[in-house]
Design a binder for this molecule. Structure first.
Ligand code: SF4
Length: 257
């Protein structure tokens, strides 16, 4: 399968500002400081990176979506009960309209933005869930999703995956933040320690070890079973926080979870 570029925008904006929406649903937050909290998820399509293990393949490698106006999105969010809204992707900050959507929701909802940390924003955010992508995320012909040729993305992903200015801006801007690393094994830890120190060196806000979360790689129960105990042990050994992937434990890889 050829690798898709970023999503193509519709020719007309006659219907007002729109976003490419891959999924919009209510569930439990599965990861991070708010794991277990009922939340509405607004998943935008399109990403500026291509992690080989991407758990939202249809927002990155093969984006699929419906274009919804911001009014339509807010209407759908209001029909659901959670007071927490998670704007996720893909990479939601590749779209300028995401900032407008966040502004429209800010008065009524707790807002988490799940981002890969490569883009800055001035939008209102209660919790910036920042997931910097480690070297082990880089796609190669050997690890890329089935029938996918990473092509230029091996170099493009590796060149774009860390942006210290964007990381420090996100850490300082949001009301709260977490640095959530997808961990494949012990070899990832030196890069995590180095990056956390780099972020501490450029931000005025304290970055506590408690703000650093290690999350096991694994998109299915079987895959997660192979990594989670090891990653939990690493978190305990290095003094960072462990985060489960509750939605995988509970619902495996079912959509809209
Ligand atoms: S940054 Fe996130 S959405 Fe983008 S490819 Fe990586 S895991 Fe997927």
């Amino acid at each position: 399968m050829p690798v898709s570029d970023s999503v193509s925008r519709p020719d007309t904006d006659a219907e007002g500002e729109r976003l490419p929406i891959n999924e919009l649903f209510a569930s439990l937050q599965g990861e991070g400081k708010l794991a277990g909290v009922p939340s509405t998820f607004v998943r935008t399509s399109g990403c500026n990176l291509r992690c080989w293990f991407c758990d939202s393949y249809h927002t990155s490698w093969d984006p699929t979506h419906a274009w919804m106006t911001l009014d339509e999105i807010v209407d759908e969010v209001e029909k659901l009960t959670p007071s927490h809204v998670v704007v996720t992707g893909g990479e939601p900050l590749v779209h300028d309209e995401t900032a407008t959507l966040l502004s429209e929701l800010a008065d009524d909802y707790h807002l988490t933005v799940e981002t890969n940390g490569t883009l800055e924003t001035e939008a209102p955010i209660d919790l910036a869930s920042i997931s910097p992508k480690l070297a082990s995320s880089t796609p190669t012909p050997e690890n890329a999703p089935a029938d996918t040729d990473p092509g230029v993305w091996t170099d493009q992903h590796d060149a774009a995956r860390i942006d210290l200015d964007a990381l420090s801006s996100l850490v300082e801007h949001a009301d709260d933040f977490q640095l959530k690393f997808v961990v494949t094994g012990r070899d990832d830890v030196p890069e995590i320690e180095s990056l956390v120190e780099d972020i501490r060196g450029v931000t005025t806000r304290p970055v506590r070890d408690d703000d650093v979360l290690l999350m096991p790689e694994g998109q299915t129960r079987d895959a997660l079973a192979k990594t989670r105990t090891h990653v939990a042990d690493l978190a305990a050994e290095f003094g960072y926080r462990y985060t489960p992937r509750l939605h995988v434990d509970l619902w495996n890889d079912a959509p809209e979870t």
